[in-house]
Design a protein around this ligand. Structure first.
Ligand code: ZN
Length: 133
């Protein structure tokens, strides 16, 4: 894994949170994108070299809706950049991690993504992401 690519935060109302984070960072988000397959609307902010992804559910079955029902708003996942996501999935499976997406899927921000089940990572949902060339 190369570095933390972004931190994902589950929010109830993206519009409200866009304003909140814009005032926190002193700048507007640079991108908003809906990932229909995941039932989420995302918004990306930069803070220096770091990125924050806000996620709002677009339907009640969305993983973000279920997360907020259970835990409320807050940090949802930490994403790590990898250069070869398929190789990394194989490596982590051998190490005993539960990979939720054996076949990486297309996520927001032009990335291939796969998640590791939090039960094998001390309760933290970890996203692997590889930039699509
Ligand atoms: Zn993410």
């Amino acid at each position: 894994m190369k570095k933390i690519e972004h931190i994902g935060i589950a929010v109830k109302d993206l519009e409200v949170s866009n304003k909140l984070y814009a005032s926190l960072f002193g700048q507007e988000h640079y991108k908003e994108e809906e990932v229909a397959s995941e039932g989420v609307k995302t918004s990306f902010f930069k803070s220096g070299p770091n990125k924050i992804e806000l996620l709002q559910a677009t339907n009640p079955e969305s993983p973000i809706a279920r997360f907020i029902d259970k835990k409320g708003e807050g940090i949802h996942h930490i994403a790590f950049a990898v250069s070869d996501i398929k190789a990394e999935i194989e490596r982590l499976k051998k190490e005993g991690f539960v990979v939720l997406n054996e076949v990486p899927k297309k996520g927001a921000d032009n990335k291939l993504v796969a998640f590791l089940h939090p039960k094998t990572t001390n309760g933290v949902l970890i996203e692997l992401c590889q930039e699509i060339e």
